[in-house]
Ligand binder design. Structure first.
Ligand SMILES: Cc1cc2nc3c(=O)[nH]c(=O)nc-3n(C[C@H](O)[C@H](O)[C@H](O)COP(=O)(O)OP(=O)(O)OC[C@H]3O[C@@H](n4cnc5c(N)ncnc54)[C@H](O)[C@@H]3O)c2cc1C
Length: 565
């Protein structure tokens, strides 16, 4: 049995930031499925928001305006106390990243440059060309190495360990050997990222399977607001590779088959820089009503930006467009359509990362604090990872310092280990008639077809029935590879159970919520309904499926109003 006072699960930005905060105070380790710098955070392109007011065009910006834009963007579902903390802490977090060595792009005066992003009143998004996440992640990993934080990579956690109302560790599998081990801890922080891969049309990496969310859910911790799934307006045709919002931030146009800049009709003021829910619905409407191009896309036109700007600010997306669509954006528009991008919901926690389970914390995309409410603004997710990574790391360290060692939980730990070993052995010898890869594809297609940008009662009910049928078929699954070393089949099968349960929570929440708010757009209930639905959904896992409860939204200073852009 391995012991650390704090175990952070996840080596993305939220996990590394949490570890950097806790490690100087208490014995802290990071456990990660992939090497930290291969986490999905490294794929973030466009930038990170903070009201630094560095550009002439944003000299009046401040954290309060950032908070208002975020809350309005969230369609008033975000908890306003948490948003205010995030936007207030933002500038200091960016300066800290800069001091650690993040090579941010600069203004001619040498300040950190900021670009406009959707739903923001000012250019507020700090960036490092169009590879912001990559640079921040590598820089933060350097700090982790410098501090000597222990990192266990290629360990997949399979379960939380709880002793009554207290969390006392995790059970994990070492992929290279297949060894299953208990990690005992006085505090566990989940920073395991999003669940985009429950959809077939996702911009997320293959590892974004929502493991942390489903493991917490199975351990009795509720998930919050799972029905709110973000569809990014600009995913590359067919491949769903993300084309950053920064492309529109730099001035890119969206154009339909008739050559119209159609955003004029939907958001006359903000145009291409309206929030993502609105731009995605607009693109989808153009396609559905026959004004898209033949292959079901519209165009993102950057040609007028000129060669120099594209090469300097958007070199990464130029390479993606050339390599994956054979299009050089300097010469031709990029074919795009909306794609699943972000999980607004997640593990129910507050701004210090605290969940209902003592000693168990969550931060980053797997968590729902909630600062994004029903629709996240671009650039706010990277900010969330650093701000709430830091706060949860601080809180976990504080909790651990006041607590005796969890050695008293040895029984609970042994039992959890034995249970997981027995379950994985059962899975290893599974010999049913169902092929897990087909189940996964059916799940992903169901989510894309039935729980997409526009939703109706009938489609959601069909989606729920389809997911429940897949959950039943999962019981008759078979495993193709039986080896111990690098048994990715075993891991995929384990994940699949969690992904099906997460999908069920998403659909159940969406079916119950009879209103349209942010990314959740019900054509049968087209209006936002604050009287009945200004509340967070909580999904609890039960043997019969997701059980839903609701809890109030925290409103501090911004009363809900109609969203216009
Ligand atoms: C293509 C793309 C571009 C984006 N661009 C931007 C942007 O410009 N600005 C912005 O604000 N946001 C952006 N986002 C969103 C943002 O990048 C993510 O929300 C954020 O980086 C998530 O960070 P994280 O630390 O929570 O999780 P991740 O970076 O996803 O890390 C998750 C970690 O958990 C570990 N893990 C997962 N499962 C297990 C398991 N079972 N056992 C052990 N470890 C596990 C993984 O190894 C990984 O280290 C983008 C997202 C995508 C997909």
């Amino acid at each position: 049995m391995i012991h650390h006072q704090v175990i952070v699960v996840g080596g993305g930005l939220a996990g590394l930031r949490a570890a950097l905060e806790a490690a100087p105070q208490v014995d802290t380790a990071v456990l990660s499925l992939v090497h930290p710098v291969r986490s999905h955070s490294g794929a973030a392109q466009g930038g990170i928001n903070a009201a630094l007011a560095n550009m002439e065009a944003c000299k009046d910006d401040n954290p309060e305006k950032h908070a208002f834009d975020t809350i309005k963007g969230s369609d008033f579902l975000a908890d306003q106390d948490a948003v205010e903390i995030m936007t207030r802490e933002g500038p200091a977090c960016i300066i800290e990243l800069e001091h650690w060595g993040v090579p941010f792009s600069r203004t001619p005066q040498g300040k950190i440059a900021q670009r406009p992003f959707g739903g923001a009143g000012y250019p507020r998004t700090c960036y490092a060309a169009d590879k912001t996440g990559l640079y921040i992640l590598h820089t933060m990993y350097e700090q982790v190495v410098k501090q000597g934080v222990r990192v266990y990579d290629e360990w997949a956690i399979l379960s939380l360990i709880r002793d009554g109302d207290t969390c006392c560790g995790v059970v994990a599998m070492h992929l290279p050997t297949g060894q299953i081990e208990a990690f005992q801890a006085e505090a566990v922080i989940f920073a395991t990222g999003g669940a985009g891969r429950i959809y077939s049309n996702s911009t997320n990496s293959h590892i974004c399977t929502g493991d942390g969310m489903s493991i917490a859910y199975h351990a009795g911790v509720p998930l919050k607001d799972m029905e709110f799934i973000q569809f990014h307006p600009t995913a590359l045709l067919r491949t769903n590779i993300l084309i950053t919002e920064g492309a529109r931030g730099e001035g890119g146009y969206l154009v339909n088959r008739l050559g119209e800049r159609f955003m004029e009709k939907y958001a006359p003021k903000a145009m291409e820089l309206a929030p993502r829910d609105i731009v995605s619905r607009s693109i989808q409407t153009e396609i559905n009503e026959g004004r898209g191009f033949e292959d079901g896309c519209v165009h993102l036109d950057l040609r007028h930006l000129g060669r120099e700007k594209i090469l300097e600010r958007l070199p990464g997306i130029r390479a993606i467009a050339m390599d994956f669509a054979g299009v050089d954006p300097i010469e031709k528009p990029i074919p795009i359509h909306p794609g699943q991008h972000y999980t607004m919901g997640g593990i129910d926690c507050n701004y210090r990362g605290e969940t209902g389970l003592k000693g168990f914390y969550a931060a980053g995309e797997c968590a729902c604090v909630s600062v994004h409410g029903a629709n996240r603004l671009g650039g706010n997710s990277l900010l969330e990872t650093v701000v709430f990574g830091k706060l949860s790391g601080a809180r976990a360290a504080e909790f651990v310092r006041g607590k005796a060692s969890s050695q008293g939980n040895a029984n609970a730990v042994e039992q959890a280990l034995a249970r997981v070993v027995a379950e994985t052995e059962k899975l290893r010898s599974a010999d049913g008639k169902e092929d897990p890869a087909s189940l996964r594809l059916e799940m992903q297609k169901t989510m894309a077809d039935k729980v997409g940008i526009f939703r109706t009662k009938q489609e959601l009910a069909e989606g729920l029935a389809a997911i429940q049928a897949l959950q039943k078929r999962y019981r008759e699954i078979r495993l193709n590879g039986r080896q111990k070393r690098f048994n990715l089949d075993l891991l995929r099968n384990w994940e699949l159970k969690g992904m099906l349960d997460l999908s069920e929570a998403v659909v159940a929440g969406a079916l119950a919520r009879e209103e349209s708010r942010g990314s959740h757009s019900r054509t049968d209930f087209p209006k936002r309904d604050d009287v009945n639905w200004l509340k967070h959904t909580l999904a609890f896992h039960t043997p019969e499926g997701a059980r839903l409860e609701y809890k109030p939204v925290t409103i501090t200073r911004f009363q809900p109003e109609e969203r216009k852009y």
